[in-house]
Design a binder for this molecule. Structure first.
Ligand SMILES: [Ca+2]
Length: 393
């Protein structure tokens, strides 16, 4: 058990390092509204900045040294499309089953900028829904599995919990907080609540422009404060975040994804004038640049995956060459991986010598070494004698 814990922690640390190295942030000093900023980043980089940890915050802050205002990042608040159910089980919902809504007219309205959870109210419209702060303490309805295709729900009214605690309670004691797929289930739960306002499983998170699901948040003091549905990073507040009106114009932070290096880059064959190289694409990368002797060659991986093989020819025999291979994604290169390989030495001479050995006994290793030394001296060969064969005559 201890081992597992250590392995997990190490893996997490390694992953963070890796993720910090695969994003490169770029400060764009052209004020745009958030939507145009998103389009700009998607056209010229990968997307508006996603920030997943404090190392990313530091990397963003260090993109410019002479700007002290705010700049758009990829985080935004979508009041319509970001609602999701606590119970994540596609077989439960079927086609369209996650889309049922029964909002009170005018809701969701995100008053105060922090209404991320949903209550089912008792009045004035019994069974209608409203978005409220998740920190409210309310009774709640749990889902307790499906029997003969009928969902079963349990009312918990003897305790009032905030939404997150209610979710944990339902998951520990039943299945999850209640999901509502249609009018019928909404009526069942409204009757079960019996005049009490209760939590249901609907909630939402802020969204990242690139679809990342990071839960890391780095709000400035007093934020979020319903001051807008798009998010800036503030260069004079250690990179902390502010909600701002999406139509305001700010500079922007884009990021570029740096592709991973190819794996297992090695030389698989060496002839006198050619060297064959092989590597494995990582993350479905198909474009590579091979650099050697001051030249660069663009290489596309063949369809169907598997290792890529490239033979470099017109080389000089017996010579060491250095090869650097880059993966390329959207014109951005990986850090590169370098190997050296030597072309085959030419076969220069074959020497045959007849030596009479005056001994009937078997040769010892030291006898053989003596013979090698004498051969080298007699023939003028360099001391790279690879094999020695004896033949009785
Ligand atoms: Ca509300």
């Amino acid at each position: 058990m201890d081992y597992r814990l250590i392995v997990f922690v190490l893996t997490e640390a390694l992953f963070n390092v890796a993720s910090a190295q695969t994003l490169q942030y770029n400060f764009v000093d052209t004020p745009l509204n958030w939507t145009d900023a998103q389009s700009f980043c998607r056209q010229f980089y990968t997307d508006l900045a996603t920030i997943k940890n404090e190392a990313d915050v530091s990397a963003v802050v260090s993109t410019t040294s002479n700007y002290t205002g705010q700049a758009w990042i990829g985080l935004y608040d979508d009041l319509v499309n970001s609602w999701m159910w606590s119970l994540n089980d596609s077989s439960f919902y079927g086609e369209g089953g996650t889309g049922f809504r029964n909002w009170v007219p005018g809701q969701p309205n995100n008053v105060g900028g922090q209404q991320y959870c949903v209550e089912l109210i008792d009045s004035p419209l019994p069974g209608a829904w409203a978005d409220v702060e998740c920190s409210l303490e309310l009774p709640f309805i749990c889902y307790n599995g499906t029997i003969s295709a009928i969902a079963s729900f349990v009312k918990v009214t003897n305790i009032s919990l905030n939404w997150t605690e209610a979710q944990r309670y339902c998951r520990e004691n039943y299945v999850d907080l209640a999901s509502i797929r249609n009018e019928t289930e909404n009526s069942i739960i409204t009757n079960l609540a019996d005049g009490v306002t209760v939590w249901i499983g609907l909630h939402r998170d802020l969204l990242w422009s690139d679809g990342s699901t990071s839960l890391f948040l780095y709000w400035a003091n007093g934020q979020p404060a319903s001051s807008g549905q798009c998010v800036t990073t503030s260069f004079n507040d250690s990179g902390r975040w502010f909600e701002d009106n999406c139509s305001l114009s700010f500079p922007l932070i884009c990021y570029t994804e740096i592709p991973p290096n190819a794996g297992s880059f090695l030389s698989v064959a060496q002839a006198e004038t050619s060297i064959s190289l092989q590597w494995n694409p990582v993350n479905n990368n198909v474009s590579f640049v091979l650099q050697f002797n001051g030249t660069e060659t663009n290489i596309s991986a063949p369809d169907g995956g598997g290792p890529v093989t490239q033979t470099v020819s017109s080389l000089t025999a017996g010579t060491e060459y250095t090869f650097t291979l880059f993966s390329v994604l959207k014109n951005v290169r990986s850090s590169g991986v370098t190997i050296t390989a030597v072309t085959a030495h030419p076969l220069r001479y074959i020497v045959g010598l007849n030596i009479r050995i005056k001994s009937a006994s078997e040769l010892t290793p030291s006898d053989i070494d003596n013979i090698k030394t004498q051969l080298i001296r007699m023939s003028g060969l360099s001391p790279q004698l690879l094999s020695l064969n004896f033949q009785a005559v």
